[in-house]
Write a protein that binds this ligand. Structure first.
Ligand code: CJB
Length: 812
């Protein structure tokens, strides 16, 4: 029996009710019946932490004495979402708490809604990290996160006059009950200054001087495992001035200067950059990247030395540093700096230890997202780090030129420093023993295109680990009715960590009409729940009997929300032309944020909202067609949205979406994917079978072929398709309530449609029509839905983590 089961046994409903009541009354100085929901939330959060804390402490104690390999995910984003319900479920209180609260006359969901959803990430990359932490803890093995405690998370999105407006996300305003500040573990991070060399005891020594110190203060958040006794840590670093105040400056009368140094230090962890897939090259971002790399490594090294009599020998056998995309790539030179400058290792030995300790995941092939820092910026901000990068590069090129003297062009291409820039992906690949993509197709593109020169040199370093998501959050907690139905039908083996593939047993029920009816009932309730949310938040009535066709993700040209929007315009045109024709009722739902500086994406948001307004106000469309843009997509609204979906829109230009993870969250909730053969959609198709997915559009190879020949002629496509011509004209002729969308029109028609929207339009319309027709056959539709759920087990992040464990971190 483990600690959690003991806790579970101890925590009965009656005890919970007693303890909870007492806690609320202590905190609020009010009788429970007069207390506010806010106090009830705080009481519940405190109770949870009081139960997790001793187990967390025990985990830390064990990790200090045992020698299991530890994984550290370095990531600039951790999109953790609300934690209270997950902690409760992980503690095994999932029945006790809701029932107990109900008996006390309280509403569990209302209490949970008091938790501010921490938005410490932009989208897929940050959410993946949160799913990985969840899975590692569930699978009982020590993996921790290391990132930044942004004071302001990703902005909150409001829609005003159809347009996105950004509002600051002050998520810490009322405090955060799940973090523990660890000021005694603070470390100093040094910026700027200069490096002087000196001979000390016959050794050339590098002395960094005149730097600006910034204090990194860690805040730890527990990451608990599902019904087990593992509690790992997510460490988020907060930037503070070393001395709260520059007293000298203040005493000399320089009040502003004194305050300035404080605010300059704090600015480092002030705000999450809101650009998804964008490289902005801002100095502050570079500071952020070095900040959590330097602070995180310092603590890991310190702890390792404490465990190993002051030595770092054997480090790479016991520690894996996982570099999540290029943002933490400076782990490579920073670890070299520690080994060479501080620990007196020779360069070669240090390099061997570094490469063995580091592994790197790439998350995108979009060239604009691959980080390249200007040499002078890096040299000024991080002089010693830059020197080390130069030396890594010098030795690397020397080796390459020696080994491949006839490959001059290639040797130039793979250089870390070229054209006045530091290429961070090159640094990460050269400094890691493993490089992986996040879906089969993506890994293939990395090997054959993006990093083909590196693949030629280091074929053994390249891997694929297809992404996965946490079923515990996105299905078991978000769609409890579905979870219960499945457990009643095939038992609960699949709910155990690492066992989700047992869902395959559901295939036996794919044609069982009783099961189908029950599943349809669950979906209907989830649709009603979302319809209610939409009514409350947007005052739009949607028909829960219509097909819920949903596209939720960041707004980006390559994700092609535009294709979806143009198709809706076309459907509406058809409905206006033939109001009495047969029509399968449909609700199109969108959600997602655009980077504040991404004008095109913001125009797409505006277009969707303009279309929605027009269509939803036309009596002709009543109960047949509605369009909704749900503002402020975040982890919490995602939990309402995925369970209600019937069609999952995954329509990126083939070759552009590395994996996608929303596709997996929809699938496990029974939605049928309508998508291109891109990212993990391809693997979804393989597992679910072509009868249970709708695919359309150009393949990645076809897109690449067009691109190698300079693209395609969008005007030719337009000329052949009068329906499309009509839609495109409506973008600029004032039909949309007077709004015009010239930027969109020009990109598609005049600038040759980089993302193949018009090229894929006809096949998208066909597949949409086909899916609507198929929906009318309830039996076969339910079968598709069941086949999707039954085959979603492989897309659990438990499976991804197990693969990393076996193939990359090599943990037994
Ligand atoms: N991704 O969310 C981001 N941000 C980036 O800067 C680069 C990539 C996404 O990462 C996900 C997790 O691997 C992928 O599923 C998704 O395709 C990719 O766009």
């Amino acid at each position: 029996m483990n600690i959690f089961q003991e806790t579970e046994n101890k925590m009965t409903k009656e005890k919970f009710k007693r303890d909870f009541k007492k806690k609320v009354e202590e905190l609020s100085s009010e009788k429970l019946e007069n207390s506010t929901t806010k106090f009830q939330y705080e009481a519940l959060a405190q109770m949870v932490m009081e139960n997790i804390n001793p187990i967390w402490a025990e985990n830390r104690r064990l990790n200090r004495i045992n020698t299991d390999k530890q994984i550290y995910f370095f990531s600039i984003e951790f999109l953790i979402g609300r934690l209270l319900r997950l902690y409760i479920n992980n503690l095994g209180w999932e029945d006790i708490v809701p029932d107990g609260l109900e008996e006390l006359g309280l509403d569990y969901d209302n209490i949970l809604a008091c938790e501010h959803d921490p938005a410490l990430g932009n989208g897929g990359l940050g959410r993946l990290m949160a799913c990985f932490l969840d899975s590692a803890a569930a699978l009982d093995f020590p993996a921790h996160g290391n990132g930044i405690r942004y004071k302001y998370g990703l902005f909150q999105q409001k829609i005003v006059n159809h347009e996105q407006v950004e509002v600051a996300d002050n998520w810490l305003k009322h405090g955060y009950p799940f973090e523990i500040r660890q000021p005694e573990k603070s470390v100093v991070v040094k910026y700027g200054g200069n490096v002087r060399t000196e001979m000390v005891n016959g050794k050339l020594t590098f002395i960094h001087e005149n730097y600006e110190p910034v204090l990194a203060v860690p805040y730890d958040v527990p990451v608990s495992g599902y019904h087990n006794k593992t509690v790992n840590s997510l460490r988020l670093w907060d930037a503070q001035p070393v001395d709260d105040f520059d007293l000298n400056a203040f005493n000399e009368g320089h009040f502003l200067k004194a305050v300035q140094s404080k605010s300059q230090a704090e600015s480092i962890s002030q705000v999450l950059y809101p650009s998804d897939h964008g490289f902005e090259g801002q100095l502050l971002r570079l500071k952020q990247e070095y900040f959590f790399v330097c602070a995180g490594l310092k603590r890991i090294v310190r702890r390792y030395k404490k465990q190993h009599q002051g030595s770092l020998d054997g480090f790479s056998d016991k520690i894996c540093i996982h570099i999540n995309d290029t943002h933490p790539a400076m782990c490579v030179p920073e670890f070299m700096r520690i080994l060479v400058d501080e620990e007196n290792y020779g360069w070669d030995e240090a390099w061997d230890m570094t490469v063995k300790s580091m592994s790197f995941t790439n998350h995108t092939v979009l060239p604009e997202a691959l980080e390249k820092w200007p040499v002078d910026m890096m040299q000024n901000l991080l002089p010693r780090i830059y020197m080390i990068i130069e030396e890594i590069n010098r030795r690397f090129l020397e080796e390459m030129n020696g080994k491949y003297p006839n490959e001059e062009a290639r040797n130039y291409n793979i250089s870390i420093i070229k054209d006045g820039q530091v290429h961070m992906a090159h640094l990460a690949i050269i400094g890691s023993h493993s490089v992986n993509g996040v879906a089969e197709l993506h890994s293939k593109i990395l090997r054959e295109e993006t990093f083909k020169d590196f693949y030629a040199i280091y074929p053994e370093r390249f891997h694929n680990v297809t992404n996965g998501v946490s079923q515990r959050r996105f299905m078991m907690a978000a769609n409890q009715e579905l979870k219960n139905l499945i457990c009643d039908t095939i038992g609960d083996k699949w709910t155990q960590p690492g066992q989700m593939e047992a869902l395959k047993d559901l295939e036996k029920y794919a044609s069982d009409s009783d099961f189908q009816k029950q599943l349809q009932g669950v979906k209907y309730h989830n649709k009603e729940r979302l319809a209610k949310y939409i009514k409350e938040h947007l005052n739009v009535t949607v028909n829960p009997h219509s097909i819920f066709d949903i596209q939720v993700k960041r707004i980006h040209e390559y994700k092609r929300q535009l294709l979806n929007a143009l198709h809706i315009m076309h459907v509406y045109n058809q409905l206006c032309a033939n109001p009495n024709a047969d029509f399968v009722p449909k609700t199109y739902i969108f959600a997602g944020k655009a980077a504040p500086s991404y004008y095109f994406a913001k125009q797409v948001i505006k277009l969707i909202n303009v279309i929605a307004d027009k269509i939803n106000h036309d009596p002709l469309t009543k109960d047949k067609l509605s369009v909704v843009f749900i503002p402020n997509f975040n982890v919490s609204s995602a939990e309402l949205i995925y369970p209600a979906a019937e069609i999952s829109e995954q329509i990126s230009t083939a070759g552009k979406e590395a994996s996608g993870t929303g596709n997996m969250k929809f699938m496990m909730n029974g939605a049928v994917t309508l998508g291109t053969m891109d990212g993990a959609n391809i693997e979804i198709a393989e597992h679910v079978g072509m009868d249970n997915i709708y695919t359309f559009g150009l393949s990645a190879e076809e897109v690449a072929n067009y691109n190698h020949n300079g693209g395609y002629h969008s005007v030719d496509v337009l000329q052949q398709n009068p329906d499309l011509q009509k839609v495109m004209n409506q973008l600029i002729d004032g039909s949309l309530g007077g709004d015009t969308f010239h930027t969109i029109y020009d990109a598609l028609v005049l600038n040759n449609d980089t993302y193949f929207v018009l090229k894929d339009f006809a096949s998208y319309c066909d597949i949409q029509d086909q899916s609507s027709r198929d929906y009318l056959n309830h039996h076969s539709w339910q079968k598709k839905s069941i086949m999707n759920i039954a085959n979603s087990g492989i897309f659990s992040s438990d499976r991804s983590i197990a693969e990393y464990q076996k193939d990359i971190w090599k943990i037994k």
